[in-house]
Design a protein around this ligand. Structure first.
Ligand SMILES: NC(=O)c1ccc[n+]([C@@H]2O[C@H](COP(=O)([O-])OP(=O)(O)OC[C@H]3O[C@@H](n4cnc5c(N)ncnc54)[C@H](O)[C@@H]3O)[C@@H](O)[C@H]2O)c1
Length: 328
């Protein structure tokens, strides 16, 4: 099949592109190589996907460009079967600093992707939404009917895009699915996230650093589970027009997470606390029963197992990954 992955040099898009290329599909990635973190990680993602295509006999093309470019998107989607729309300015803090840019990339970008998909009759558009659309919890875990009250410009941008996904399904009959990811982690993950920061600091003999009191809770979702949910949607139309949480089996507070990482690497290290950051949700926790019913989604790892695997991967890739984490 022909698959377009937007934001496909990023963390999640890079894993999706690699996985589809490994299966022998024809994968095109469009990405503007946003320097949000060290571009070395993105270059590595491109190489990994290219190698996967070469091994499987599939194809991989990387196109540098922005998803807000309507002509480019129209051309790239002419013969495409499915679009996995991952391109966005990720990160809550960045959106507090630059809300207009986040709106342009995340909302206008989504609209541009949808217009191209509609005009070219693409079979399915799968959107990378986020738990940040919930905002203030009225109850936990969040099911998909929980009210949406985002607490950051980023959350607003993801919610607006979700609405466009749903409306394009209802008004134009375009098959769309929105997946609300809950903090994703794993190999080649973004540097500016809790798990990569904690692991990197502990590996360098520095105490893990917590923003705030560490009582915030999160679902941490292993990248392979996110990839599996997306792969299922390549052939499965059960979730067309739907929004689904993609989370993990367990929920953990940030202090405990820091302790888990520290204890795996060097139990003698202290834990450091620094100021809380604006726009961060206090708690996220996913009810994943809808994704389980519709597409058979089942997370494969609990946080301790996933962290252990990430640390193993980090050790094996320390030479190239660690300098990029420290630089970002
Ligand atoms: N990582 C998570 O925990 C998480 C959680 C919830 C939702 N998401 C969503 O998943 C998607 C992927 O996130 P990620 O963690 O891989 O982030 P990432 O920053 O690693 O990947 C995003 C990619 O999009 C590209 N991009 C940004 N603006 C673009 C534009 N205008 N045109 C083309 N490409 C552009 C970037 O260069 C980057 O490579 C995003 O939409 C994000 O909002 C991620």
């Amino acid at each position: 099949m022909e698959i377009l992955v937007t934001g496909g040099t990023g963390f999640i898009g890079g894993h999706l592109a690699e996985s589809f290329a490994r299966d022998g599909h024809h994968v095109t990635v469009v990405d503007n190589l946003e320097p949000y973190y060290d571009l070395g990680i993105k270059k590595h993602n491109v190489e990994t996907s290219r190698e996967a295509a070469a091994e499987s006999g599939g194809a991989y093309d990387f196109v540098e460009g922005t998803v807000t470019n309507a002509d480019l998107l129209k051309n790239l989607t002419e013969t495409v079967d499915a679009i996995y729309h991952q391109a966005a300015q990720a990160g809550v803090r960045k959106s507090v600093e630059e809300p207009a840019k986040v709106n342009e990339y995340n909302v206008t970008g989504t609209m541009t992707v949808l217009e191209a998909a509609r005009k070219n009759d693409v079979d399915r558009v799968v959107y990378a939404s986020s738990s940040s659309v919930y905002g203030k919890p009225q109850y936990l875990p969040y099911d998909e009917d929980h009210p949406n009250e985002p607490v950051s410009p980023y959350g607003v941008s993801k919610l607006s895009s979700e609405h466009y996904m749903r409306v394009y399904n209802e008004v134009y009959g375009l098959p769309t699915v929105s997946l609300r990811y809950f903090t994703v982690y794993g190999p080649r993950m973004r540097p500016n996230m809790a798990i990569s920061n904690f692991v990197s600091r502990c590996m360098r003999g520095e105490p893990p650093q917590i923003y705030g009191d560490g009582k915030q809770t999160r679902d941490f979702t292993y990248i392979d589970d996110v990839v599996d949910a997306n792969r299922q949607l390549l052939h499965d139309d059960n979730a067309d027009g739907e929004i689904m949480n993609i989370g993990s089996t367990d929920n953990i507070d940030i202090l405990t997470l820091a302790e888990v990482v520290r204890d795996e690497i060097d139990p003698d290290l202290d834990i450091e606390f620094t100021d809380a950051r604006e726009g961060d949700a206090e708690h996220t926790h996913a009810d994943i029963s809808k994704a389980n019913e519709l597409i058979g989604y089942e997370p494969s790892r609990d946080i301790r197992q996933g962290v252990r695997e990430f640390i193993e991967w980090y050790e094996a890739n320390r030479d190239w990954y660690e300098p990029l984490v420290v630089n970002s």
